[in-house]
Design a protein around this ligand. Sequence first.
Ligand SMILES: [Zn+2]
Ligand SMILES: [Zn+2]
Length: 238
Amino acid sequence: MRLVADLHCHTSASVHAYSTLHENIEAALMKNLRVLAVTDHGVGCEDSPSVNYFDNLTSLPEYVKGMRLLRGVEANIMDYDGGLDMPEQVLEKLDIVIASFHTSCTRTGTREQHTNAYIAAAENPHIHMIGHSGSAEFEYDYEKVIPVFKQYQKVVEINAHTFICREKSIKNCVRIAQLCKEHRVPVAVNSDAHSEFEVGECGKAFEMLRGIDFPEELIINIDHERLCRYLDSIGVKM
Ligand SMILES: [Zn+2]
Ligand SMILES: [Zn+2]
């Protein structure tokens, strides 16, 4: 299993990340990625870029040295109704929208509240991908919600950064991956890089997936044709 696209990375526009967009692009090109999505944190985080930053992402080229650059965001789920921290008219302009819970933006609630928030996120047509939902602070009813992600064509992220910095969440990630396997829910394996050194690095996530014999055909970003079909389905032309 080898990544052809990293669909989740941060630049120094999110102040707790350390590399510029240019450095991330160079790292992705070095690793022969065909697609890189730049997905800085939505404006609900204290150290996020402004709405204008996201609005202006259209000034970036679609291709750099043959690699497709996707303009995206990792929006924050701000409440238990699934409310996001980004205006809809900006989300509509972006190629890819990830939605995630972060403790820096949203207080941990009950399992039922998190379950409701994720169901609302599933129903939100602006969201394409559910980010690192194994977070130990935001556990939800996986058995109930994973089939709902499938129903609304959401991609579930298997986040490599979790294996480095969210160790308590790993057992939840394994459970989520098992349910995706069982219900045939497409997943994306992403680095969630916070520096150029992490771009495209997903070894531990792949190790986990191999450990549960996860079907390769469900991973949208390890095969170029499969990835193109998925991107086409969300309106992104290659
Ligand atoms: Zn995140
Ligand atoms: Zn992230």
